[in-house]
Design a protein around this ligand. Sequence first.
Ligand SMILES: NC(=O)c1ccc[n+]([C@@H]2O[C@H](COP(=O)([O-])OP(=O)(O)OC[C@H]3O[C@@H](n4cnc5c(N)ncnc54)[C@H](OP(=O)(O)O)[C@@H]3O)[C@@H](O)[C@H]2O)c1
Length: 337
Amino acid sequence: MKIRIAILGARGYTARQLIELLLRHPGVEITCLSTRDSDRPPLAEVHPVFAGRLDLRLENSTPDSVADQADCVFSCLPHAASAAFVAQLLDRGLRVVDFSADYRLTDPDVYQTWYGVAHPDPDRLATAVYGLPELFRESIRTTQLVANPGCYPTSAILGLAPLLQAGCIAADGLVIDSKSGVSGAGRNPKPNLHFPECNESVAAYSIGSHRHMPEVDQLLSRVAGQTIEVIFTPHLIPMDRGILTTTYGTASDSCSPDQCMDRMKDFYSGEPFVRVVDKPPTTKQVLGTNYCDIYTTWVRGKIVVVTVIDNLIKGASGAAVQNFNIMYGFDETTALL
Ligand SMILES: NC(=O)c1ccc[n+]([C@@H]2O[C@H](COP(=O)([O-])OP(=O)(O)OC[C@H]3O[C@@H](n4cnc5c(N)ncnc54)[C@H](OP(=O)(O)O)[C@@H]3O)[C@@H](O)[C@H]2O)c1
């Protein structure tokens, strides 16, 4: 029996990538694609790449219609809209992988501060599992609700978690500098994303105010066992997809450069989608893959970590499929290699 899959927000970029991955998955059948559009557009009209490959229409679905058609739901909706819908699916017993930020932060007050709205489903925040398999694989297996991580946080947390946990890097003064391709902002047009605005230009934005900053703080604090507040600066760069993150932190006295590299290699040995590499990686070497490549070096007493991911795969839809595979007992790499 195949697992029946619904995808909410099927018009978006992450949904398009998710459909591409799930069409390769032998254990699933996509049965429901949602939109707010009541005209029921064919999938091939919304995403021409699927013409002749998946004959479905997008529907203005209700929680009841989704529950009738699906066992598991991937919600590719924006924050707030996602939890409002997802809460009703969870009430009906479905399992959910939520791409939005709605179930990532554990404190509803922090959510309200950073997202500017009251959390639509605050009582469930304690039950969601943060969907980073490299850190929380065992909890992902049994949960009803996975909070799929943000793309920037994935790139930052995977680079820092092993070093923080081992005490190789100081918990204070961590600086995270990230660069993302334009698809990170989604498919809905915005003035700064128009081709003449962002092509041949690089821009820092939301310095000290990006919504992924409290997510990184929360996860790194949990890993380190103490409060961490990072400085996070994202940049928009003129490419379709990919994230490169460089983090800087003070090396602890008790850890040598070799120990630091060994720690990174030990932590990720056996991980199917993290590669510790011996020269600074490029976004192109992970393009179209679920890999996160990590490079570590020392400069004047500081540890510098560089990570690269494809924001739409390891930063979103690939991670979601990896989480789904763990939840349903499939080989974790199914549809991803
Ligand atoms: N892009 C990335 O790299 C990335 C990475 C990690 C996580 N995420 C998260 O994943 C989710 C989907 O991202 P995306 O990049 O796929 O977004 P997107 O391209 O903007 O697509 C989201 C889709 O959701 C639908 N929708 C339903 N309710 C909506 C509402 N109230 N406002 C706007 N759209 C609404 C829209 O389709 P209709 O108009 O057809 O209803 C829209 O096409 C977001 O929560 C995002 O933060 C994105």
